[in-house]
Write a protein that binds this ligand. Structure first.
Ligand SMILES: [Zn+2]
Length: 635
């Protein structure tokens, strides 16, 4: 096996421009050359599949580089360049999948003699062409081309408005009462005795959770739930109408039916059924949780659990009734120890070693590692974990290079926004979650067909491996490896037990919130409303147990509406499967090597080379079911 080299990233700002031009536009030129060659290939020649794969590798490289750099690069000009190349890549892709000549050449290859992998790849490619409208008449294809172009612009605008739309509230310094000392220190008062709280995660989440000042919490919540308002209201409306038109042109009743066709769930009606089933299953538990929160809130004159106080009441219940004080817990989660601990834990679990490498990246705070499995370097990872200006402001895994057997080494990136000093436990859970995606990207990076590389399974399965890995961040034996306070004491088992008990609180309540998001994502796409805010306020009481605040516009900052469109249900769907997958592990010995390695090889390494339902069945020895999930929800 060839030892593949990671790519070299530039060191100067000019170097970055050259690199991005080459990696972006250069790759698009290579893809265009391959496609030209494909069109002149002899019909029926199986070499057509190789040429198609070559073009797909080049196109994948262009998308990975531009999408990552537009999200993380500190230089505004480079972000702009990345976005403009991304537009070109999307245009190229849109034209490609509407190109009859390419479709005919691919269709000319006989499927019977192919091996399973090649056949699966070909069937998938032909389906992608059909779903793009390649078989429709010229006028319709022309319209689809325009819609695709506009969809790219709208999607970028929606994400950009959220990324650049940081807002802030000025609140009295006394509102920091309840927050930890390092937070207070990082928020000095101005001449008028006010402090600035931004809508960035490390600011807004602790503040809404801990500040004892109800009015200040409300002021911060009003900013947070107005992120990208009003700009994104019109952008989203246009995007929803565009998707609806596109789905209808392609012969589907609506966007969710089009979008769900290639997912595990299959069609839009099943999405609605799933949302309603989970909403019903969590109804009683959610009501019980709400009553507890209301009783606690009443002690401080809170008469209604709403967006400005639910986190605060939740935290108070955990602290007072379960004995879990987030600030006491936080003492054990020093960022650098957690960072190393994550590598130690996942290394041991999956039989990997991470070798730190000192290589240039886009920012000094990024740390890079080579990933080795059984003595072979199988990938490189880059961890970009703290907030800064213009950076993507959620948590996600990005690709830098999709891995292809004997051609290119997979490289993946974690983009998060964690505190630099002590972390909250939920941040540790998020870190494990995102790292699950990164492992998937690297471990599945050795396929011949780039279509199967990395996190290339059905989109409503992709969260399952990550949600399962979260379980390791709740295990005392695992945490004690790295959750160590400044005096050298590991986190007590008894505290972790209390954290777990507290985590059980509110499952029903939180499931209802998740179903609100899922319903918003599905229903806005099914019947596009003229007034999105009004529709949102209708859906809130149907699903969520949290009252919305008048004057807020959550949808404008709900980034998933761009990437996930009507498929936010994915998180809960994947969680059902994650709970089932986890049932195969021994909760008393999460490092048991046999089952972890089997999981690595049966579920992660295959990437998209099999249907997700088959991967799960291969691992569990039976089809997946909802038993473990229902037992967990109602325990
Ligand atoms: Zn995820």
């Amino acid at each position: 096996m060839t030892d593949l080299e990671p790519i070299a990233l530039p060191t100067t700002s000019d170097g970055w421009t050259v690199w991005l031009e080459e990696r972006g536009r250069g790759s698009l030129r290579s893809a265009a050359d391959e496609i030209a060659a494909l069109k002149t290939a002899h019909p029926g020649d199986t070499a057509i599949l190789q040429v198609w794969n070559d073009a797909s590798v080049a196109l994948g490289n262009a998308f990975a580089a531009t999408s990552l750099m537009s999200s993380v690069h500190p230089d505004a000009d480079l972000i702009e360049l990345a976005e403009s190349i991304e537009v070109e890549a999307r245009r190229f892709s849109s034209d490609l999948y509407l190109d009859r000549a390419v479709f005919e050449r691919l269709s000319s290859v006989r499927q019977d003699p192919l091996d399973d992998g090649a056949r699966r790849m070909l069937v998938d490619a032909l389906r992608a062409f059909r779903r793009s409208g390649v078989e429709l008449d010229d006028d319709t294809r022309g319209r689809l081309r325009d819609l695709n172009e506009r969809e790219t612009e709208l999607g970028q605008a929606f994400a950009r408005n959220i990324r650049d739309g940081r807002r802030e509230a000025l609140v009295p310094a006394s509102a920091l009462d309840g927050l930890p000392p390092d937070f207070v220190e990082a928020h000095p008062a101005d001449d008028e005795g006010r402090v600035r709280i931004t809508t960035e995660y490390p600011d807004v989440h602790p503040f809404l959770t801990h500040s004892r000042d109800a009015e200040a919490r409300r002021a911060v919540a009003m900013e947070y739930f107005n992120l990208a308002w009003p700009e994104n209201d019109a952008v989203l409306g246009d995007l929803l109408r565009l998707r609806d038109e596109k789905a209808r042109l392609l012969g589907y009743p609506n966007w969710p039916d089009f979008d769900a066709e290639i997912k595990m769930i299959g069609n839009g009606a099943e999405i609605e059924k799933f949302i309603d089933r989970i909403a019903a299953e969590s109804h009683d538990a959610g009501r019980r949780d709400l009553a507890v929160l209301e009783t606690r809130g009443a002690e401080e004159g809170i008469d209604r659990i709403d967006l400005s106080n639910w986190r605060y009441c939740f935290e108070a219940v955990k602290r007072e009734q379960y004995g879990v004080d987030a600030q006491e817990v936080r003492r054990y989660f020093d960022f650098s120890r957690v960072h190393q601990g994550l590598l130690d834990v996942t290394g041991r679990l999956f039989g990997l070693t991470y070798e730190p490498v000192d290589v240039p990246t886009w920012h000094d705070e990024v740390t890079s590692y080579d990933v080795h499995l059984e003595g072979t370097r199988i990938g490189r990872i880059h961890l970009d974990l703290h907030p800064r200006d213009r950076k993507y402001n959620h948590a996600a895994q990005f690709d830098l290079v999709p891995g292809v057997r004997e051609r290119q080494l997979p490289e993946g990136v974690l983009v998060c926004n964690f505190s630099r000093g002590l972390m909250e436990h939920h941040e540790v859970v998020t870190l494990f979650h995102e790292f699950g995606h990164l492992m998937h990207h690297v471990l599945a990076g050795r396929h011949e067909w780039v279509r199967f590389s990395g996190v290339a399974t059905e989109w409503d399965f992709v969260e399952a491996p990550s949600q399962m890995l979260e379980e390791w961040a709740w295990d005392a034996a695992v945490l004690q490896h790295f959750a160590i306070d400044a005096d050298g004491n590991p986190i007590p088992t008894e505290l972790v037990e209390r954290m777990r008990a507290a985590d059980e609180f509110g499952k029903g309540f939180l499931a209802r919130t998740q179903m609100l998001y899922a319903a918003v994502s599905y229903k806005l796409h099914t019947d596009v409303p003229d007034d999105i805010t009004a529709r949102l306020f209708e859906l809130y009481p149907e699903y969520s147990l949290v009252a919305p605040l008048d004057g807020t516009h959550f949808h404008a900052g709900f980034g998933h509406l761009e990437g996930y469109s009507s498929a936010y249900y994915t998180y809960m769907w994947s969680l059902v499967i994650a709970k089932d997958l986890f049932s195969a592990f021994d909760p008393d010995d999460l490092f048991a090597p046999e089952v972890a390695r089997r999981y690595r090889d049966a579920v992660l390494a295959p990437g998209g080379s099999k249907d997700a339902a088959d991967l799960v069945a291969d691992f569990l020895g039976r089809p997946y079911n909802t038993e473990a999930f229902s037992a967990w929800l109602n325990r």
